[in-house]
Design a protein around this ligand. Structure first.
Ligand code: ZN
Length: 329
């Protein structure tokens, strides 16, 4: 494996993180921005500027740049075919960044990147079949089936956040035409929305008092109060975990994975989410899949996307489906 470092980039619906990453997956510098989803040119400018900050902080030669974006990405071209949250539809992200940065650039879906690093070095290491869910602004998905990262015909596979959990549920945010998708019911945004609903009723709870004090009820705040033991906030997390479990039931029944890895910013809730999810899977998924599956917090937590993008950069474009046997030294 070549020495030198790579830049890993995790672009989410609301935040942008670039890191300078060495061959042991240690991150030496992090450049963080709130993403600018207002228009395409501004977002590309921001990507370039954030990566350049990470490049300037590198103390070793920068070999390549790997970028995980919350979009359906055509693997061969690095073109964003669609995006539920950002103005990148039809944008040739790989070629634009290659030209602006003067370095090799690899682009893939952000949850595919997270799946990659969890499979190579994290909770799914050694698994022939595994599922990744990243809970952030929306829900990203990644899949390992038969020892290969699944992209589908044109890069549109593993959109696991759009499993229908409630056919009569709320409209899915962004460009998805569906209703009641997992993403509409469980994402960081959904936790905040459900927290607000509960806060209005449970006025004596810490959640209710936070609302009365004028605080914005976000997924992060609900999670914090749940960890502090507030019963109303914990009820929200239990409901979210149960809904997550319904989605995982479908994944277990389709893919019979060894492990379902859950990452993204909202996994700060940890066992408050996964405990109820496991209970639903144990009750409602088919045998033998339900007994065989582990449901685990991402080993790399919310940094899985950044580190997976760094691995993509190190492996190089076009190798994502070649089948990995190499492990990091
Ligand atoms: Zn949807």
């Amino acid at each position: 494996m070549a020495v030198g470092c790579v830049i890993g980039v995790d672009l989410g619906g609301t935040k942008l993180l670039a890191g300078t990453v060495d061959s042991r997956l240690d991150v030496h510098h992090r450049a963080y921005r709130l993403a600018r989803p207002d228009d395409t040119a501004a977002l590309i400018d921001q990507l370039v500027e954030t990566v350049q900050e990470a490049i300037e902080a590198a103390t070793d030669e920068v070999l390549a740049v790997g970028v995980g974006i919350p979009c359906l990405v055509e693997p061969e071209t690095g073109i964003a075919l669609d995006s539920n949250h950002l103005p990148l539809r039809g944008v040739g992200v790989r070629d634009l960044l290659t030209e602006r940065l003067g370095l090799p650039v690899v682009v893939d879906n952000d949850a595919n990147a997270a799946m990659l690093v969890e499979w190579r070095c994290g909770e799914a290491q050694g698994a022939s079949d595994a599922v990744m869910l990243t809970l952030g602004t929306g829900i990203g998905g990644g899949l390992i089936v038969g020892g290969r990262l699944v992209h589908g015909k044109r890069g549109a596979a593993a959109e696991l956040g759009h499993i229908i959990v409630d056919a009569d549920g709320p409209p899915c945010p962004g460009s998805c035409p569906n209703h009641g998708c997992l993403e509409a019911l469980v994402s960081g945004h959904a936790i905040g929305a459900e927290g607000l609903r509960v806060a209005r009723d449970a006025t004596e709870s810490a959640l209710g008092r936070a609302l009365a004090a004028g605080r914005e009820i976000t997924g992060a705040l609900v999670t914090e109060l749940a960890h502090d033991g507030d019963a109303a906030a914990r009820d929200v997390m239990t409901l979210m975990g149960q809904r997550l479990g319904l989605g995982v039931v479908t994944l277990v029944n389709i893919f019979n994975p060894e492990v379902v890895v859950v990452g993204g910013g909202a996994i700060a809730a940890g066992e408050l989410l996964l405990g109820p999810a496991r209970a639903v899977v144990a009750e409602r998924a088919l045998l033998p899949g339900r007994d065989a599956v582990r449901i685990e917090i991402a080993h790399f937590g919310p940094e899985a996307g950044l580190l997976g993008a760094a691995l993509m950069a190190r492996d190089g474009s076009g190798l994502l489906n070649a089948g990995y046997t190499e492990t990091l030294a």
